[in-house]
Ligand binder design. Structure first.
Ligand code: NI
Ligand code: MN
Length: 225
């Protein structure tokens, strides 16, 4: 399976059987992303919350690719009203799709859309695909239930924000790593805007000191996972 990082919280997973899954596809407005949304195809788009830097280019990509948009109920309904094919879920719920399992988790954050609608709770997602478990926390502050998430799931790849200001910063992210105990930590949500500037190398060094592996994926690069 392949994991591409477009910067911010935007990722693409290509499964072994070539299914394309986008997470939080903020591409055209993302200063680090060097591919335009019109050149991206997605079978599925998973959106963690309604903020513009996560909803991103969901509508453009979904209408061109006929993607299935997976999100919490309020956000999925919002996307359906914009013409998307959707699958409504909510926090605590899991569902098996053709590519694998998606479970929505708590995230301490908001979910207002770019046009000012408040869509309730933000979320994180735990994906189980091709035998690997990936936890994309979405935007969130540190919360104690991450410990429970770590106890209940064997997380292979933890995608964790480090940019501070809107989400946890490096210090709280390090506590989250202790709570979740993943095999590999991948930092996200940093250096997109000046207010979330954060040094992933400093974070990676501290993660390694704790005995965990940290992989900084350079913007627009793909790793095999
Ligand atoms: Ni946000
Ligand atoms: Mn954000």
């Amino acid at each position: 399976m392949k994991l591409t990082y477009f910067g911010h919280s935007a990722f693409q997973i290509i499964t072994k059987d070539n299914t394309s899954i986008l997470i939080d596809p903020f591409l055209d407005g993302n200063p680090h992303c060097n591919i335009k949304s019109e050149n991206v195809f997605a079978d599925y788009i998973i959106v963690t919350h309604g903020h513009g830097d996560h909803l991103g280019d969901t509508f453009k990509i979904a209408s061109k690719s006929n993607s299935l948009v997976i999100a919490t109920n309020e956000l999925a309904n919002y996307c359906a009203n914009k013409g998307c094919k959707v699958h409504n879920m909510h926090i605590g719920g899991a569902h098996n799709f053709d590519f694998g399992k998606v479970k929505f988790t708590l995230a301490l954050h908001g979910s207002e859309t770019p046009d000012g609608q408040n869509l309730g709770l933000a979320s994180g997602i735990i994906l189980t695909i091709d035998g690997k478990t990936i936890y994309h926390t979405g935007d969130t502050g540190l919360f104690g239930d991450m410990k429970l998430i770590g106890e209940l799931n064997k997380i292979d790849y933890l995608l964790l924000p480090i940019g501070d200001n809107f989400t946890m910063g490096i210090d709280d992210a390090l506590i989250a790593v202790d709570f979740i105990k993943p095999k590999v930590v991948i930092p996200m949500h940093y250096n997109t805007f000046p207010v979330i500037n954060s040094d992933p190398k400093v974070f990676a060094e501290k993660v390694k000191q704790k005995g965990y592996e940290c992989k900084i994926i350079p913007f627009n690069e793909t790793i095999e996972i």
